[in-house]
Design a protein around this ligand. Sequence first.
Ligand code: GUE
Length: 297
Amino acid sequence: MTATIIDGKLFAAGVRARVADHVARLKEESGITPGLACVLVGDNPASEIYVRNKGKQTVEAGMHSFQHKLPAETSQEQLLALIEQLNTDPSVNGILVQLPLPGHLDESLVINAIAPEKDVDGFHIQNVGRLATGQEAMVPCTPLGCLMMLRDLHGSLSGLNAVVVGRSNIVGKPMAQLLLRESCTVTIAHSRTKDLQAVCRQADILVAAVGRTKMITSDYVKEGATVIDVGINRIEKPDGKTGLVGDVDFESVSPRAGAITPVPGGVGPMTIACLLVNTLTAACRTHGLPEPKGLTV
Ligand SMILES: Nc1nc(=O)c2c([nH]1)NC[C@@H]1CN(c3ccc(C(=O)N[C@@H](CCC(=O)O)C(=O)O)cc3)C=[N+]21
């Protein structure tokens, strides 16, 4: 068997087109243009590229993009003051504070200062609790993107064994919550899991979100399983350029899997597409208008 390669780039383009379509209708029928504010503290070059990309795609979808670049030495009070300003600005429907923040800033305090209904990352404690209890929430973009691809591939996920490797608050835990909501039997595995290979080999759906380059080899994969690679690891290639590799050893796994997402071109583009989805969803909820169909959970 050789795996179907899930084209995240193509899938994300489709999602963005649907967002753009809905945004155009929103403008025409209600005069509303959703807006996304991205806040970047410090000058991490990788973060700058992401934030610029997010801004570009936001504008391409017909929405307003507001970018706030603050110096690395910004104080907690200054950052909180900006968030408060964005919280009360009616033209801003979504607020994203790029992580990680410089070490002197308290990430959880900053995230929880965002108005929950504008928290398009879904990291606010209120959204985490709402997702866990099955209430309407803002859902973290990476897990939401993974779920969209899984639903498209499988239809119903009911009864499938899902193993999520990684227990982070931004991917592993919310991914597990979403899969549980789809009636999967969910296992969260991590670096301390006993016989990780045997646990992973039980999976019909294997989500790798550990941040360890090519850790998942074919020994971890059941024949025909769907493998979702959330890893974004930067490595130096022999030619001195930097390359992007996942947590999955693609060459080893793809002959054995049923379907697999590549890196790059898999989960990454879906993350940004879902950020646009969440911004649109936030705008619709604020104005009591119907949400984009098939794009929310
Ligand atoms: N508050 C916050 N929210 C985030 O969602 C967030 C964040 N902070 N901090 C950093 C991570 C990382 N992240 C990525 C998004 C898209 C790609 C992506 O599109 N990757 C492309 C390749 C891009 C490239 O070549 O560098 C791909 O996988 O094909 C990658 C990484 C969002 N993050």
